[in-house]
Design a protein around this ligand. Sequence first.
Ligand SMILES: *Cc1c(COP(=O)(O)O)cnc(C)c1O
Length: 221
Amino acid sequence: MSIQDNINALHDKLDHGNCLLVAVSKTKPEEDIMEAYDMGHRDFGENKVQELVQKFGTLPKDIKWHMIGHLQRNKVKAIAPFVHLIHAVDSLKLLKEINKQGEKNNRSISCLLQVHIAEEQTKFGFSENELHQLLASQEISNLNSVNITGLMGMATNSTNDSLVRSEFRKLHSFFNECKKYENSNIHFTELSTGMSSDYHIATDEGSTIVRLGSVIFGERN
Ligand SMILES: *Cc1c(COP(=O)(O)O)cnc(C)c1O
């Protein structure tokens, strides 16, 4: 199967649920991205700022670049002029820095707040309680150059489908709860869940964006 075949097959599955496919192109060469681009695909995801900036520099300017990985505050500046959506905002400090860089670039930067839903200790993200506090705070409503469009989560890396399903389901119900915080810069419309190993479960459980790498481009080295 070619990259184009893989994307076509996924579009068929995902359009059904109105789910956006972000093609995760990290570590993959520009030729691979152009194969997908040439068939009309425009949403690509990277998890490292340096690689994202480099690919932005050389690839067509109408690509929508998603920053899907953990983001350090001192690197926000480099992606602020062009990034389409930052998926993994995991602290108020980071959100404030994104706001500052959005202001400098005269744009509002769309962000998702990452929620910690997995059993693993290593995954980043807010707890539900932390997010209730943050979303209700005056501080967040003053950040006029960010647009919080929803949540992102990564399930436990496990072959136990029912565990993964229960984590996505819980996040979806929390997502729905968060809709009450609707504000000028808070609009809960997007739920970014699902990677190659678990997207079939994520789309059952309310995902509006899936981030898929290996099922499109093949295994990474
Ligand atoms: C790499 C990555 C993905 C895609 O992983 P695959 O298993 O290749 O689909 C999704 N989300 C994040 C945050 C990633 O870093």
